[in-house]
Design a binder for this molecule. Structure first.
Ligand code: GLA
Length: 741
């Protein structure tokens, strides 16, 4: 790239044009050099390369900025270490290391054979390249255990998907003790920092950042599902750039909704490895002869323009390649959800009254939450009994659904299919259907137990009652909840050696049910919810159209929750409701427009008790909902710029979304608390077309008096805009629309 001596903006533009034209000239390609035995995956702005080394093992060669097509990538060689303590398998980077031959770093695969042998050394056997997919077959040096390493590449972003298929070609049963989807190897170095996400119920999506020092950092869930506590996503930056737009960032996300683990290691030779897959804690998966285990996919990508671009790449990738409606997912409809208004006290007239009010402000989908089924009065009973409660809905759901349709909305329903209350007909009939160890206590959480979806009868039951609901009611949407983690994860119906397969089989059956339901009811959309954001990952997102990021709907807390969420996931799946003030969790009071603006940064919904609203609330909502519909495509499917972060006790925060064609942008500014009379910091926009003229229109709040009505993209990005905000918990939003002049 030529050295650029002009303004930052000019240089950024030049880079963009050069990169875009380089990408156009360089489509995605997977190649194998027969001389050097190096595989290259070139796509978008990334090259990923590894080769077959002198010992016939697969060794990483390069992962980073896209290289020139003729750039030499030498054949990799084994590193024999410098001391007897540095075994060669440990000091030689490995694409997918099996535990054997003296490996001390995190293995990708560990196996126990029935004769007691636990040594496994994988060598290259063959490979095949088909379009954007590469498969490499490896085999143990002595035993008939094969591993197919699969690589797929997304031409638009360069994101590579990696997984492994472990096949037992021996004559006896063997046990997989540990299996990862992939190990990502970064260039050796000492100045890396790791970003990851942590949380808890009502406090998800906290972005953490720490230096990668010698040793290991483990991100994991042992809970049977993804979990609120860690999310299977990481981003590693070289150096510490302190901004969103510069620096090299390697990132990845594991597509798995069961117990998982990602280990980030810096070893004694400063090598950085990221290994991710099934959590090996309490893990054992038996393979009968000719049986195989296919791991989840671990996606990885590289950004040359900081963490901001890394998350925009993931957003693009999720929308275009992961979501069930990919490559063109529909924008999320504007929903009303009854939970915070009525909790379990749902009734036909009560829901109808809410539906009328919701329709009057422009809601498009009415969702009835928990409480409509079985003997469900509170969270003590009813889960598992999926018949309509006759006291609450004497004539079934039809009258309510018809009413919702007559009001011009479609209808959605809350379900929690994987759970059962001991106080239910289902549990009384099938006490053996839950996860349990024979003779041991069954620990309840929220008065419920987990149905063992790994069992075929349970899987069939769950599918059939959901199929029934969808076949007999005009339900357009399911909010699929999951309100506890596992305890006593036993599966007494199978032999003790088979029981630990529950970690894999449960989740695969969950995916199977979702897939089958979607195939049979193609119009139905699904939300993944787990007491808020406890099951959000690229695995569940293949089958669900949206997620519920948190039960915490406090609009101020949501700024941070949403900020963290968008590092890994697109605002296009991030549901955000406007609820009541003061908020039930923090007792914080906020204006209705503040609550709207906070939620309008994602996929807007309403969860307030509309029975308490006054006329002014309805008219404010009507106006803001109409404004949201106008920018919805931009917010949900555009490019997100986190201009000022709400983290670290910042007094302000700002986000901006730009449509893909750069014709429209939406700007959201929040003042948490005025201090010492300082004016709101000037906002410098990003990602606009410098040449285009954009007209600014306030959605809510005002810009400084001298703000022009129209100005170029360059003006909004370089001169910036002053927003008039003073006081506490204030917010403003603006729309920018490109015009021909
Ligand atoms: C969970 C969900 C909530 C609500 C309740 C219903 O907590 O996250 O949104 O649906 O369950 O019981």
């Amino acid at each position: 790239m030529p050295k650029c001596n002009r303004s930052h903006l000019f240089c950024a533009l030049l880079t963009l044009i050069l990169v875009a034209s380089a990408t156009a000239q360089n489509p995605a390609a997977i190649s194998f050099n027969t001389q050097t035995k190096v595989f290259r995956i070139d796509a978008a702005n990334q090259t990923y390369a590894f080769g077959i080394n002198d010992k016939n093992a697969l060794q990483p060669v390069y992962w980073g900025q896209r290289l020139g097509a003729t750039d030499p990538l030498a054949a990799p060689h084994t590193n024999d270490g410098v001391a007897s303590f540095d075994s060669s398998p440990t000091t030689t980077p490995n694409e997918y290391a099996a535990w054997g031959g003296g490996l001390f770093v995190e293995p990708a695969l560990k196996v126990s054979f029935p004769d007691g042998n636990r040594d496994l050394v994988l060598k290259y056997v063959s490979h095949s390249i088909r379009d954007n997919e590469l498969t490499i077959t490896m085999k143990d040096i002595e035993r008939d255990l094969a591993v197919d390493l699969r690589y797929s590449v997304d031409p638009a972003t360069g994101i590579v998907g990696r997984s492994a298929v472990i096949v037992n070609h021996t004559k006896s049963v063997l046990t997989i003790d540990q299996a990862a989807a992939a190990t990502w190897n970064l260039p050796r170095g000492t100045d890396y920092s790791l970003r990851y996400l942590t949380g808890r119920w009502a406090g998800e999506w906290n972005l953490q950042k720490q230096a990668i020092l010698p040793g290991s950092i483990v991100l994991e869930s042992r809970r049977g599902s993804t979990g609120h506590q860690n999310n299977p996503w990481f981003a590693i930056e070289r150096g510490d750039h302190g901004d969103e737009d510069s620096g090299e960032v390697w990132f990845g996300a594991l597509a798995w909704s069961g117990s998982w683990r990602i280990t980030i290691e810096r070893d004694q030779l400063q090598q950085i490895r990221v290994t991710g897959g099934y959590n090996s804690f309490d893990f054992a998966y038996r393979l009968q002869p000719e049986q195989k285990l296919e791991t989840p996919v671990f996606y990885g990508g590289y950004s040359h323009h900081g963490i901001g671009e890394a998350s925009r790449m993931l957003h693009r990738f999720e929308l275009a390649s992961i979501l069930p409606q990919a490559p063109k997912p529909k924008a999320r409809p504007l929903i009303y959800n009854s939970w915070e208004a009525t909790e379990f006290a749902v009734t036909e007239p009560g829901q109808e009254a809410l539906a009328e009010k919701a329709a009057s402000i422009g809601v498009e989908r009415f969702v009835m939450d928990d409480g409509w089924f079985g003997q469900r009065k509170d969270d003590h009973a009813g889960l598992g009994d999926w018949y309509v409660n006759k006291e609450k809905f004497p004539n079934g759901l039809k009258p309510l659904i018809d009413k919702v349709h007559a009001l011009g909305m479609d209808f959605g329903l809350w379900v929690e299919p994987e759970m059962v209350n001991p106080d239910s007909d289902l549990y009384r009939k099938h006490p053996d259907w839950v996860l349990n160890f024979t003779g041991r206590p069954r620990s309840e959480a929220r008065n419920q137990l987990v149905l063992n979806l790994a069992r075929k009868d349970v899987r069939d039951y769950v599918f059939s009652f959901l199929d029934d609901i969808l076949s007999h009611n005009q339900v357009a949407f399911l909010k699929w909840d999951y309100n506890r983690n596992w305890s006593e994860p036993g599966w007494p119906a199978v032999s003790p050696e088979e029981q630990k397969a529950v970690y894999v089989t449960y989740t695969k059956n969950l995916y199977g049910i979702l897939q089958e339901l979607r195939a049979k009811h193609p119009g139905v959309e699904i939300e993944s919810c787990s007491g808020g954001g406890g099951r959000v990952d690229l695995g569940i997102l293949r089958y669900t159209d949206e997620v519920w990021p948190s039960d915490n709907t406090d609009p101020f807390d949501r700024l941070r929750i949403q900020d963290g969420f968008t590092y890994a996931y697109t605002p296009g799946v991030m549901m955000a409701w406007v609820t009541d003030s003061p908020h039930w969790l923090n007792n914080r009071s906020t204006s209705l427009s503040y609550r709207f603006l906070s939620s309008m940064q994602g996929s807007l919904g309403i969860g307030a008790n509309l029975n308490k609203w006054v006329a002014e609330d309805f008219s404010t909502s009507k106006t803001l909902i109409a404004a949201y519909k106008d920018i919805r495509e931009t917010v949900q499917h555009g490019s997100l710029y986190r201009l000022v972060s709400p983290r670290e006790n910042s007094e302000v925060s700002v986000t901006e979304s730009v449509s893909i064609d750069r014709h429209q942008a939406a700007l959201f500014a929040f003042l948490h608390s005025s201090q010492m009379g300082y004016p709101f910091p000037r906002v410098f926009m990003k990602g606009l077309d410098p040449q285009q003229i954009y007209r600014i229109t306030p959605i809510s709040g005002v810009a400084a008096k001298d703000t022009p009505a129209t100005a170029s993209g360059t003006y909004w990005m370089s001169h910036g805009i002053d927003v008039e905000l003073r006081g506490d918990l204030q917010a403003a939003a603006f729309k920018f629309e490109a015009s021909a002049n």
